[in-house]
Every structure is written in C-alpha cells, then in structure tokens.
Ligand binder design. Structure first.
Ligand code: ATP
Ligand code: ZN
Length: 288
C-alpha cells in the first residue's frame, strides 16, 4: 500500500467533517476518486494515499505515523493525549464544547453542578475544566446520545458539542457554560524528514492558499482620480492596489483584494468616495 515517499492523509470516513475534508484536498489540487466502503484511495497526480477512518482514531494514527497528516476537529485533539502537530485551522466544522442543563433546572452557574452528575463523550476536557473551576462533579462517560441523559435521569447535566443548538432545544436543554471552541484542523505526525517533509510543506502551502482565497474577494471599481489616496487606504491589497487609467482622465480603475469580513464596510466607503461600477469575484487560490 505504501511506497517510499508516499504520504498518507487521514480524513473522517463518514460524518460532519468528511465533505469539508475532501473538498479541501480537491481544492489543494489532489486528484482522486472516492468510492463507498473504500478504506483508502490513491491520488492520481501525487504520491499521496487518503485513508478513511473514524475521526476518533485519527489523532493516534497520526501520532504513530500510520498517517502523516490528518484532518480532525480540535475538540478531539484537546481530548486526546496524542502528540500530533497542529499545522493549520481549516475554517470549517465549527462547533463548541458546552455544558448544558435542563431548561427548567435550578442550575445557573457551573458552581451549582458541584456534587452532580455530568454526562459526556469528552471526559478529559470536562475534568480539566471542572478542576480549573474548582467544581467537584461526577463525570459519566457516554459514547453517544449524550443529550438524552438528563431525561433518562442518567445525569443532571451534559457536556457535548453544540453548533446551532437545535439538538439542545429539541431535548429542552440550555447552555450553561461554553468550555471551548472547535474547528477542523490539519495535523501532522511529529517525526518526518526528507522527501515526505518536503511534500508536507508543499501541501501546507496549498492548504494555506485555499484558506486565504476563501477569506478574500477580488474587487474592481472606478474612482475619481483625486480620491486615489483614499482607495489605497481602503483596499491596500497585498502590497499596493493595481491602478489603471480610464478613457476619462479624471477617473481611474482600482483592482485589489479585500477581506470577506470587511467586505460590506469597504464597499460602503468606496461609494462614499465616489466609487462606482464595483465588481467583486471569488478568488480560487491566493498565495501571498
Ligand atoms: P465517527 O464515526 O467518525 O466517530 P462521530 O459521530 O464521532 O463520527 P461527527 O458527529 O461526524 O462524529 O462529528 C465529527 C466532528 O465534527 C466533531 O468531532 C466536531 O469536531 C465536528 N462538529 C461540528 N459540529 C458539530 C456538532 N453540532 N456536533 C458534533 N460534532 C460537530
Ligand atoms: Zn467520532
């Protein structure tokens, strides 16, 4: 299965991170097919095998070098003792690990849970958090369906992953404390060298390029020439915006990149400066 210099990337086989992981690898230029029930697939254009695993196994496999790279939620890394290097946060699979209690309960703060039972699939992270906050509660380990534990009177509270909160609402639970935030993360095995290390660095550059591209938009607009200094301040681009003359000598065209987060604020300011014909397009890759 493995030849010298071939690297293995472990992704979740079937679950919330699967689609985002495969999309990222494809955007990084890896060409491969995915078939149901396959445990691994080989890339056509690079010496890379993709392994499809349960997410819980990925940190240890990466630590032990069974896989060289892996994509998992940072919640799993916080929970496991595996020594894998965190290379890059990937901007998908967002969720938080939170302590939740029944809506009608008398628990208002974490301190109220002293002497109570908290059900979770994340015992290590929860125990650490309780210890940091000086709360002595009993931690009950459940592998799944943690949200039904209070209704079944297995526990007084739960500690589980939350994204939209709809599962909590369905089970009449409400968040008491958020312990940590999580997102998909690219991890690497600690000991690599030579060809493999070079390939990992290439892949990291590509993953970073895909990330940056998602965080930016390409923007073009026309502006009165006398407002050039305002444009430079608004859309500095990588080093400096591209400025081109127009047929009307009083006007210029400005091309640049703008962070998605600041996008609407920047567009409003461009309009205030007399900008017009604002065109925006997505960026496929962005290497600074
Ligand atoms: P597997 O069979 O691989 O063990 P799983 O049931 O443990 O799957 P999923 O529910 O698919 O895993 O969750 C995988 C990861 O997705 C979580 O570890 C977390 O990082 C992320 N995630 C994002 N939103 C949520 C959410 N609302 N609930 C659970 N996990 C979430
Ligand atoms: Zn899992």
């Amino acid at each position: 299965m493995k030849s010298n210099g071939t690297i293995r990337i472990a992704v979740q086989r079937s679950g919330r991170l699967s689609e985002g992981s495969l999309n990222l690898l494809k955007s990084m230029g890896l060409q491969f097919e995915t078939y149901q029930n396959r445990l691994f697939t080989r890339c056509r254009n690079m010496p890379i095998d993709i392994l499809f695993l349960r997410d819980d196994d990925i940190p240890e496999y990466v630590q032990d070098g069974v896989a060289d790279l892996g994509i998992v939620g940072s919640n799993l890394l916080d929970e496991s003792n595996a020594k894998a290097k965190r290379l890059l946060s990937l901007d998908f699979g967002f969720c938080s690990l939170a302590i939740a209690v029944p809506e009608q309960s008398e628990f208002k703060t974490i301190v109220d849970l002293a002497g109570k039972k908290i059900a979770t699939s994340y015992p290590q992270t929860l125990k650490r958090y309780l210890a940091e906050n000086g709360v002595d509660a009993e931690v009950i380990l459940l592998k799944g369906c943690v949200e039904v534990a209070p209704a079944l009177e297995v526990a007084d509270a739960i500690c589980d992953l939350v994204s939209t909160g709809s599962t909590l609402r369905t089970n009449r639970l409400t968040v008491l404390e958020t312990i940590s935030k999580s997102q998909a993360t690219l991890i690497a095995t600690p000991n690599v060298s030579g060809e493999k290390q070079q390939l990992i660095e290439r892949l990291l550059l590509r993953a970073g390029g895909v990330q940056e591209a998602r965080a930016f938009k390409y923007i073009m607009f026309n502006l009165p020439e006398k407002k050039l200094e305002d444009a430079k301040a608004l859309v500095p681009g990588c080093d400096s915006p591209t400025v081109m003359p127009l047929a009307d000598p009083a006007m210029i065209a400005v091309h640049s990149v703008v962070e998605e987060e600041r996008f609407w604020e920047v567009v409003e300011k461009i309009k205030e400066c007399g900008g017009s014909g604002i065109l925006v397009s997505p960026i496929e890759k962005f290497i600074r």
